[in-house]
Design a protein around this ligand. Structure first.
Ligand SMILES: NC(=O)C1=CN([C@@H]2O[C@H](COP(=O)(O)OP(=O)(O)OC[C@H]3O[C@@H](n4cnc5c(N)ncnc54)[C@H](OP(=O)(O)O)[C@@H]3O)[C@@H](O)[C@H]2O)[C@@H](O)CC1
Ligand SMILES: [K+]
Length: 517
């Protein structure tokens, strides 16, 4: 599903109106009806059926006014409160306001701070508040009277439903323009906006429901706006059903170079996730002195002990053996728990030069690359890099705060510059492809911010790549499944006690949930 900013949404609205001849009032009618449908669902669970709709003077307010008409028609007590000068109301909203007046619906303007206490009382007394103050047209910080009204809404304990986006959240990036409505539910019109899914704005949305308002789908498909939301349907289409007549050779050979003294756990989590993702065969390269540990802990994998010059870490003396096993494999992953050594840079350079299979790079491989990014240019096959924000900061020399403000753009630029698939991990993991597309993941939870969680993700990507899934698709499916497995683990254990091993244990069920088998 596409994700847009306010400007792109406006373009699509205009296209619907000008190229397809769908009048704005019809789109607004659909929006208002979609909102009504959701309010009816919410009202079914509560005694107090009174609704107060707080509107701005733009088209978002117009959507609220249409909802008021439908709710009035169904016999619900509705109040409409419009903030500001009614003479400035948008053309389509005015048409709908005029109808409401003829229907004698209770409609008043809030033009003075003196009006706020009375409004506060109405907001506290009703069953549902509808927030129709600002949508995609929000273009400056929220101040004065509107700020007071939003404060009043947030002070109540009443259920709040926002239309399109909680008022005060900027659609283009999720920035809070001084203050924003804290919604229990957001009825998103036609397509999610970046502000609905990117933090901090995403924190204000509550439950999100996306509703079609009649913008022609072919117009949306033709839009070349690069951002997409990863959905269950998308992942289902990526994961192949297993054939009945089949053997382990059909599901690929994965090769993991990971682990060092004190860090065998990272290697183990990655390996388990590879196997739990459905790969046919797994070999793991491990410094000789750690081989026994891995043999005991990993029953299903084959360990390939490496001669080591420096005890407990992979180094240049191991290159030949690594390359040989790589040439017999379908995918290679390097980095989890490998340890921070300059020799790893040399190991990577040799792998990059020789590889004809997809390469997954995580953790210490990324730290090694931070010193010598230019060796990425040696890669002839596909590469998937999986940095968290700190690793991304070291890779790009951009401060963490700046990355957090601009995650999508920074991920995209890196993917294009180095011709790699970039998975930027964090709350709302982003997958960016070198051809300029971005995929945002919304599965997962704060409990997954725990040691080893990233190693599990690396394992899932590697396991899917082993099975011959196209690299960008493997990355998309992996981040989604990782999140679903984490959500399942959190549902069972809570967010505090969740550890990375729990994500691995839930992974088979997460896959089964999507594939059905
Ligand atoms: N035909 C369509 O396009 C359809 C649109 N639809 C709906 O409309 C929404 C977009 O509507 P919109 O473009 O009218 O903008 P909206 O969000 O209502 O607010 C704009 C008004 O607020 C004002 N303003 C802005 N910031 C402010 C601030 N901080 N403090 C104070 N004022 C501020 C701004 O003022 P100005 O720019 O003049 O200064 C302007 O008057 C969209 O989210 C969806 O819900 C659907 O019905 C489908 C059809
Ligand atoms: K709104």
């Amino acid at each position: 599903m596409k994700v847009v900013d306010g400007i792109e949404m406006k373009k699509l609205d205009r296209k619907a109106m000008e190229e397809y001849g769908i009048p704005g009032v019809i789109l607004m009618e659909h929006a208002g009806m979609a909102v009504t449908e959701e309010i009816l669902k919410d009202l079914a669970h509560q005694e107090n059926k009174e609704i107060v709709i707080v509107c701005g003077t733009g088209n978002n307010g117009g959507d609220g006014v249409v909802a008021a008409r439908h709710l009035h028609q169904k016999g619900f007590p509705v109040k409409v409160r419009i903030i500001g000068d009614i003479a400035r109301i948008s053309e389509d909203a005015k048409i709908n306001c005029d109808i409401l007046k003829k229907l004698r619906v209770d409609i008043k303007t809030i033009i003075d701070f003196k009006d706020v206490p009375k409004l506060s009382e109405e907001l506290s007394r009703c069953g549902v508040i509808v927030d129709a103050i600002f949508g995609t047209g929000l273009n400056k910080e929220v101040q004065g009277l509107t700020r007071e009204v939003i404060l009043a809404v947030n002070r109540t304990n009443t259920y709040v439903l926002s239309i399109d986006i909680p008022s005060g959240v900027r659609a283009s990036d999720g920035h809070i323009c001084g203050i924003a409505v804290k919604a229990d539910k957001t009825v998103v019109l036609q397509l999610p906006k970046i502000g609905n899914i990117q933090f901090p704005g995403a924190d204000y949305a509550g439950e999100m429901v996306v509703k079609d308002i009649g913008i022609p789908h072919e117009a949306i498909e033709k839009s070349n706006f690069p951002i997409n939301l990863i959905t269950a349907d998308m992942v289902q289409a990526i994961l192949p059903q297993r054939r009945k007549d089949t053997h382990k050779g059909n599901y690929g050979k994965a090769y993991i170079v990971a682990g060092s003294t004190g860090m065998t756990g990272a290697a183990m989590l990655t390996c388990e996730a590879v196997l739990r993702s459905g790969a046919g065969l797994l070999k793991v390269a491990i410094p000789q002195s750690l081989n026994n540990i891995m043999e005991v802990r990993l029953t299903e994998a084959i360990t390939v002990p490496l001669p080591e010059l420096k005890k407990g870490v992979v180094g240049i003396s191991d290159i030949e053996k690594i390359i040989k096993t790589m040439q017999e494999s379908d995918v290679i992953a390097v980095g989890p728990g490998s340890g921070q050594t300059r020799e790893l840079e040399e190991v990577l350079r040799n792998i990059f030069e020789a590889a004809t299979i997809p390469i997954v790079l995580d953790a210490d491989a990324l730290n090694a690359l931070a010193h010598r990014q230019e060796i990425l240019k040696l890669i002839k096959s596909a590469a998937v890099l999986t940095p968290h924000t700190g690793e991304m900061s070291r890779l790009t020399n951009i401060p963490v705060e700046e990355i957090n403000r601009n995650r999508i753009q920074i991920a995209l630029e890196f993917a294009k510059k180095w011709n790699v698939i970039l998975i930027l991990k964090g709350a709302r993991t982003i997958v960016a492809s070198p051809d300029g597309k971005v995929f945002v993941n919304t599965t997962g939870n704060p409990g997954m911010a725990t040691a080893g969680s990233g190693d599990v993700l690396t394992g899932i990507v590697t396991g899917l790549l082993a099975q011959g899934i196209q690299p960008i698709k493997a990355a998309i499916a992996a981040v989604y499944l990782h999140g679903v497995a984490g959500d399942r683990a959190a549902a069972r254990l809570g967010e505090y006690g969740l550890i990375a091993g729990d994500i691995v244990l839930e992974l088979p069920y997460a896959i089964k949930e999507i594939v059905g088998k």
